[in-house]
Design a protein. Structure first.
Length: 136
């Protein structure tokens, strides 16, 4: 159950990554918290809104953050949550080494660096603006 809970938190933090909250709408009525503090329903709403956000429904961001605030969830910056506890400087150095290897078309070394980080529980994500990383 703990691993499933962490995976659910990771999924929402990934969806929230890079998004700023603009306002806090009243999500109590939608979330089920007015129904005798129906926490399971509230958590299912967070999952529903995370799915909507992953489909580019950016109106879900404020709902997730507002309900998360009420429940004491999602209070950390997404990057802090996803990268917490890892040696950021070492990982950033490895990412730079991997980038240099890829630039020199040394894909064997680049793959070895990625595999080494993955074995250490670090997932690299190549995006158009560079490489981001998170704990597995």
């Amino acid at each position: 159950m703990l691993a499933q809970s962490k995976a659910a938190l990771d999924k929402t933090y990934l969806a929230l990554r890079g998004h700023k909250i603009e306002a806090e709408p009243n999500v109590l009525a939608e979330s089920g918290l007015l129904d005798d503090l129906n926490t399971p329903l509230a958590l299912s709403k967070i999952h529903e809104w995370t799915t909507a956000l992953n489909k580019h429904d950016y109106g879900a961001i404020d709902k997730i953050r507002a309900l998360g605030k009420i429940l004491g969830l999602f209070q950390k910056n997404s990057e802090n949550w996803l990268q917490g506890g890892a040696d950021a400087e070492m990982i950033e150095n490895k990412i730079r080494d991997r980038y240099a290897a890829k630039k020199n078309k040394d894909f064997k070394t680049a793959d070895a660096i990625r595999d080494e980080l993955l074995a250490a529980g670090i997932i690299l994500e190549d995006i158009p603006t560079g490489t981001t990383w998170r704990r597995a």
